[in-house]
Ligand binder design. Structure first.
Ligand code: SF4
Length: 401
């Protein structure tokens, strides 16, 4: 079957020139009940949140680009994309678990200076803006995102760069936020140049939802700036195959055609993508564009997300059904972030039926039964040249926070 990508349904009242301009998309973002009413027949259950948000700070920011709004159903409240971007009164209900900071990012041990999250020894998150062009209802960083701080203050920026410079055990910097691609080309270029001037920073990642919610942001100039700072990995965040319009597909291909690898991190969401048919459709379409389906995250218990979360059992079942039918290239890793900053844990289907020192027994995904017998222990030797890499390995292990 040929995989297809269809264009977004641009409203007739908007010119193509405006529609294809990311700054127009940001300037014309829908924020109020009145704005949303131009794209959606809002239900009472949705209007209630807009009314509450006028008086209550606890309602997470509401915003979308017109482009992303056009991908959702105008009339069906439970449409998967509409569930991601239009607030629903269920956000206001008493949840079973509701955390403002499920990843424990605000703990002082993880937040050494403002805008830097340092949870793993060899990498940091650098929150260069708190602005997103769409506020996803399931966002895990509601404690920071959308507090209108736009680009980082100069003093905070200098302190963050200094922290990265003096922490010599770091190997990776992940630009995040907010959405790093909402800042201007000039601002992004400055960040990338400053990071590339630090010898020990090997890999830069950019975590962004802009190719999903405003793919026109991926201009030739943006790609040129990112390409110059190589190696940079683009971490996209597609959750549903309908988000892969022809504009989004073109944006993804523009990155990979220019040598910028694209990895996708989806979140399993109730009523959005919690079915193996949806996950396979998304993964195959991404892979065809040469974007690697990387993670399938369990939704974090962030405030207001109870109705969007799946159970871990549902997620495991989806993974098990996909196993064997999707190639390893197309299969995303199922991961759960242990609440309160416990780090990631991974799941894979367990096909093992018994184990001993001598052998392990399995029944595979399609019912094949077989043993893996360990080799003779006396045959095991170390690689002859491992000492060549020992210093590097020791320094990585020593790179404690
Ligand atoms: S784009 Fe990312 S950071 Fe922004 S609201 Fe969505 S999930 Fe949160």
């Amino acid at each position: 079957m040929k995989l297809t990508y269809t264009p977004s349904p641009k409203p007739e009242s908007v010119s193509s020139q405006d529609w294809d301009d990311w700054t127009w998309q940001l300037r014309h973002s829908l924020k109020s009940e009145k704005d949303f009413s131009t794209y959606f027949d809002l239900a009472e259950s949705e209007r209630k949140v807009f009314a509450t948000s006028e008086n209550a700070k606890e309602v997470f920011n509401i915003r979308t680009t017109p482009y992303y709004a056009s991908l959702a159903s105008k009339t069906i409240v439970n449409d998967p994309i509409r569930r991601i971007l239009v607030p629903h009164e269920k956000e206001l209900f008493d949840p079973k678990q509701a955390m403002l900071d499920p990843l424990g990012e605000r703990k002082s041990k993880n937040n050494p200076v403002p805008r830097i999250i340092h949870r793993y020894s060899d990498r940091v998150l650098f929150l260069i803006t708190d602005i997103c062009s769409v506020y996803c209802r399931y966002c895990t960083r509601k404690h920071f995102t959308g507090s209108d701080q736009a680009f980082i203050k100069n003093s905070e920026y200098e302190n963050a760069i200094e922290y990265i410079r003096k922490t010599t055990g770091l190997r990776e910097v992940i630009l995040s936020g907010g959405d790093p691609l909402t800042i201007s080309d000039g601002q992004l270029e400055r960040v990338l140049i400053d990071l590339r001037a630090i010898d020990h920073v090997e890999i830069i990642r950019i975590g962004t939802r802009m190719p999903v919610v405003a793919p026109m942001r991926v201009t030739d100039n943006l790609v040129k700036i990112i390409k110059k700072a190589k190696p940079v990995f683009l971490m996209t965040h597609f959750n549903h195959p309908r988000e892969l319009t022809s504009e989004a597909a073109e944006a993804v291909e523009r990155f990979v055609d220019n040598g910028i690898p694209v990895m996708n991190q989806m979140v399993l969401l109730n009523g959005v993508n919690n079915h193996p048919a949806i996950v396979q459709a998304l993964s195959r379409r991404l892979l065809y564009l040469r974007a690697k389906p990387y993670y399938m995250f369990q939704c974090d218990p962030s405030i207001g997300t109870d109705y969007l979360r799946t159970t871990i059992e549902d997620s495991l079942q989806i993974q098990k059904e996909l196993w064997g039918h999707l190639s390893g290239l197309a299969m995303p890793n199922l991961a759960v972030d242990i609440p309160d900053g416990g780090g990631k844990t991974y799941y894979t289907p367990d096909f093992e039926t018994s184990s001993s020192l001598e052998k392990r027994s399995y029944i595979g995904w399609d019912g094949v039964e077989a043993d893996y017998v360990n080799p003779e222990a006396s045959h095991i030797v170390k690689p002859l040249d491992y000492e060549l890499y020992l210093d590097e390995w020791e320094s990585l292990k020593a790179a404690k926070k």
